[in-house]
Design a protein around this ligand. Structure first.
Ligand code: ADP
Ligand code: MG
Ligand code: MG
Length: 886
């Protein structure tokens, strides 16, 4: 049997279904689904994603069967509508719409009113009795077709339209007369011929196939490629094409088009939310050509009448449909609708993009409403998304110089220097500048700049404008439709209520209130209560993996505990050595001539280290704390400038020249692979002895005097050979037991090691003889497995990732095939020797969702990550369990 490439939908029946997104794309599958549940959807058909795949495989040729199948479905639509494509009496007009599997808002192009030419337009006039409408549709068609299919710069015809409006003295295109529009059609066609060197295609069949080809072609256009890259959508998925009979929102004041969300996409509130425009078509609402009106009183500020007021019947019907859709899809929907002569049509539905705040609230509310289960609620929030919630918002007590107010399109706070183009934003971000992208409105071409900017400010467009939708998807702060500002690209500045803001000036945006402020406004940490707390409660119920934090100070420890950390997985002691009040003693220790000198200096450091550990243990209130003994090469602590060397020489009572010589002597060619980690402990045992003593004295004191339960975990870094660990373990045990004996209390402790060298992973069975726990240091393990230094990788790693030589930056997401395999080998061998060995990971990967899921799969006990990523890791750990169940 021949492959079926085309699927029909219309009049309550559809060949496709909602779960056929892979084949029909998101839009096509949902059009089919909406049709079959009885919603009013204009009839049409979908060309499958297989066509796209075949098209690219066969050098941009369609499968042979396609033409016949399209003709057949077109006839079916004609029959249903009682119209004929290309007919001069009663012509069928169609839209040609792209639709990939995952929704890609605004990325692919749509052509409306296709099938119009000088003959068919007469049929439209005859049928509608509306000359103005007929020519408005015609001129729109030429505009869209020449832009999307003929690849003409959209500004060229837009400019002619602007000139026409100017000469007629009108502000809006709805004020142009039928004669004006008819004249525009002629002007447009002449211009198109001038630009492309041939006539605008009049033959509807040619138009149709031109548009289909353009949609398939647009799958590989730069902005679609950028969007896919940013969102991890594979190129192989392909897009589908939908051909659908037109309904007209531009036939007069009993017509309209609009966009709505079944719940507020910004806050998550369960309030139907949307915008519409009377006498408008297609993208008019999102493009921001006029300020859209709210669909209901709840969503507006009272200045513009709502659909609820001006079209109460249609509103009532829309309200019912949105409820049906939400129940049916069991998720918040983003819908498009058009009203033709007081009759409502549904043109699209899809899962709505939402901010993290909204995602959490909607998930929790839907569980409470009984619409979804707790587990589904947990899976509805993407771990990475939580990042948005954990970041600061504007300090309510700070002074604010508000210069303008727009729509609160995407929440959060952002400060930065003003730039006026996406390219500039990208350039500036490359050199580490924080910028705010200011545009009259954004378009899909601006995606890369929106990505690079801290926040986005637009003068035009509503809550459903391109800028607003994309910013929310990116979790980026955005103020849209800020009519208070006048942007002038030429002079590179904008004005707002008498203020002139130039390129490079700093402004602050509050995406939750819509306020635009001069200068930088201080921020405060968010409160994590309410729905967030409820969701995290479910998360903790379902996850198996524990989540600890990497923290060196009591302050970090507190932040992490508030975020739900269940212990410290990595406390780096070297940060403590750098503190101003002790760096001198540390340097003295390093540069001492002999053991006696070293011990003298170490005895000065001991009480300070003990103080550090007391603080940390107190903050963690009995939760496990893993302390890593000194790791970096010693020369990192040494003075480099002559001034500092002289000062230290004075303290140590030696000459500056001697000291300088010593500093040079400690220099290493490749410190990452040099005299560091346990190699220091083996050659200068007194350093680790002091640290173990400080750890154990702090623990004993708290247990004895303050009644704490503490089991310190002493961790030895950079072991490659079990004998290193055997020596250091024996030393540590001797010191620890001495301290415990001296205090006369019962304090248990564990001694373990980092597994961060390939040799350690491969000999983990032997190492486990001496270690009660392993912590996989995946930063160093990644460096040593790949044989690359992270500090030097900047010169080539971005290129590798860009060219997809490496699928990801291996320092961000763990390389499962290589580094991950070593971790797995290390786990298996460790457990073979010591079945109850504690296993964790403390690299940066511990807070990256795909890596966390991997850690769950290979059976680690915990991950440890930076404090702000603790909730992300918790959620990812729950996803790991729930995805396994699916
Ligand atoms: P996008 O993927 O960018 O949202 P769409 O294919 O949904 O593009 O179409 C763009 C606009 O055109 C939408 O507002 C949609 O509602 C409108 N539209 C598409 N097809 C039709 C149609 N057959 N009749 C009326 N309006 C349509
Ligand atoms: Mg759409
Ligand atoms: Mg390390």
């Amino acid at each position: 049997m021949a492959t079926k490439y085309v699927y029909f939908f219309g009049d309550g029946k559809a060949e496709g279904k909602g779960d056929m997104k892979n084949l029909l794309g998101g839009k096509g599958a949902n059009l089919a689904e909406m049709t079959s549940i009885g919603l009013p959807v204009p009839a049409g058909f979908t060309l499958t994603t297989d066509v796209c795949t075949e098209f690219y495989k066969n050098d941009r040729q369609y499968p042979a069967e396609l033409k016949g199948q399209v003709d057949e479905k077109l006839r079916q639509v004609e029959k249903l509508m009682g119209k004929k494509f290309g007919d001069s009496k009663n012509p069928l007009l169609v839209s040609v719409r792209s639709g990939a599997r995952a929704s890609m808002p605004g990325m692919m192009d749509t052509v409306l009113n296709l099938g119009l030419n000088d003959k068919t337009v007469q049929g439209i006039i005859e049928q509608s009795g509306d000359l103005r409408f007929a020519y408005d549709s015609y001129r729109r068609f030429i505009q869209m077709y020449s832009n999307v299919v003929l690849e003409m710069d959209g500004d060229i015809l837009e400019h002619i339209l602007e000139q026409m409006k100017e000469s007629r003295g009108v502000e809006e295109d709805t004020k142009l007369t039928a004669e004006d529009l008819k004249e525009l059609v002629t002007l447009f066609k002449t211009k198109v011929k001038e630009e492309i060197g041939r006539e605008f295609p009049d033959d509807p069949q040619e138009q149709l196939w031109g548009a289909i080809g353009a949609v398939f072609g647009s799958w590989m256009n730069p902005r679609a490629i950028t969007y896919r890259k940013l969102n991890g959508i594979p190129a192989e998925w392909g897009t589908a094409v939908n051909v659908q009979s037109m309904v007209y929102g531009n036939m007069g004041d009993d017509c309209a088009t609009g966009v709505a969300f079944t719940r507020n996409p910004s806050t998550g509130e369960n309030v139907f939310f949307g915008e519409f425009l009377i006498n408008a078509q297609g993208e008019d609402v999102v493009a921001g050509i006029r300020t859209p009106q709210p669909i209901n009183k709840a969503g507006g500020d009272g200045t513009l009448p709502s659909m609820e007021e001006v079209m109460p019947e249609c509103y009532g019907q829309l309200m019912k449909i949105q409820q049906i859709l939400e129940k049916h899809y069991r998720d918040m929907q983003d819908i498009e609708f058009t009203i033709e002569k007081d009759k409502l049509y549904m043109l699209q539905t899809r899962g709505g993009k939402r901010t993290a705040k909204a995602a959490v609230k909607i998930a929790v509310d839907m569980v409470k409403e009984g619409l979804i289960s707790e587990k589904e609620g947990v899976l509805r929030v993407e771990p990475e998304q939580l990042d948005q919630l954990l970041h600061p918002s504007l300090d309510p007590k700070a002074a604010k110089d508000v210069i303008a107010k727009g729509l609160p399109a995407s929440p959060g706070a952002a400060s930065g220097e003003v730039v006026f183009s996406a390219d500039e934003a990208e350039e500036a971000a490359k050199i580490g500048l924080k910028v705010i992208l200011v545009r009259v409105e954004t378009s899909p071409e601006d995606i890369h700049g929106m990505h690079a900017a801290q926040g986005i400010l637009t003068a035009r467009g509503g809550m459903t404008s391109h800028a607003a939708v994309v910013a929310r998807g990116m979790g980026k702060c955005c103020v849209a439709g800020c009519g208070d500002i006048k942007v002038d690209y030429k002079t590179q500045q904008f004005t707002a209520k008498g203020n002139v803001i130039k390129k490079g000036d700093v402004i602050t945006l509050d995406g939750s209130t819509g306020e635009v402020m001069k200068g930088e406004v201080p921020t405060v940490q968010p409160e994590l209560t309410g729905e967030f707390g409820i969701l995290m409660g479910w998360v903790d119920k379902y996850r198996r993996l524990r989540v600890r934090t990497n923290a060196d100070t009591p302050h970090d420890a507190k932040v992490a505990r508030d975020f739900g950390a269940e212990g410290i997985g990595l406390c780096r002691t070297e940060h403590m050595f750098f503190e101003a009040d002790r760096i001198m003693a540390v340097r003295e220790m390093i540069l001492a001539e002999d053991l006696e000198g070293r011990k003298r200096a170490l005895s000065k450091i001991l009480p300070m280290q003990k103080g550090d550990f007391l603080g940390l243990f107190r903050e963690m209130k009995g939760l496990p704390v893993t302390i890593r003994l000194l790791d970096p090469p010693l020369h990192e602590f040494l003075p480099q400038s002559d001034e500092d060397i002289e000062e230290l020489a004075g303290v140590m009572n030696v000459t500056a020249a001697t000291l300088k010589h010593k500093v040079e002597f400690l220099h290493e060619f490749n410190p990452m692979l040099g005299h560091r980690g346990c190699r220091l402990g083996v050659t200068f045992p007194e350093i680790y002895d002091m640290q173990v003593q400080a750890i154990m004295e702090a623990a004993c004191e708290l247990v004895k005097d303050e009644g704490y339960q503490i089991v310190p975990e002493i961790m030895i870094p950079l072991v490659s050979e079990v004998r290193e660990l055997a020596i250091l373990r024996a030393n540590a045990v001797r010191i620890a037991d001495e301290v415990v004996g001296r205090y006369g209390v019962e304090v248990e402790y564990l001694i373990g090691t980092m597994i961060e060298l390939p040799r350690a992973a491969l000999t983990a069975d032997a190492i486990a003889e001496e270690a009660e726990f392993f912590s996989f240091g995946t930063n160093d393990l990644t460096q040593t497995t790949y044989g690359l230094s992270r500090d030097d990788a900047g010169k080539f790693l971005p290129f590798y990732v860009e060219r997809e030589i490496f699928p990801n930056d291996p320092f961000v997401a763990i390389d499962q095939a290589g580094v991950g395999q070593l971790v797995k080998v290390g786990c298996d061998k460790g457990r073979a020797t010591r079945p109850n060995i504690k296993l964790g990971i403390c690299g940066e990967h511990g807070g990256e969702p795909s890596s966390v899921i991997f850690c769950h799969q290979i059976g680690l006990d915990y991950v440890s990550c930076s404090p702000f990523r603790v909730p992300i890791a918790r959620l990812a750990a729950a996803h790991a369990v729930l995805l396994e169940e699916q």
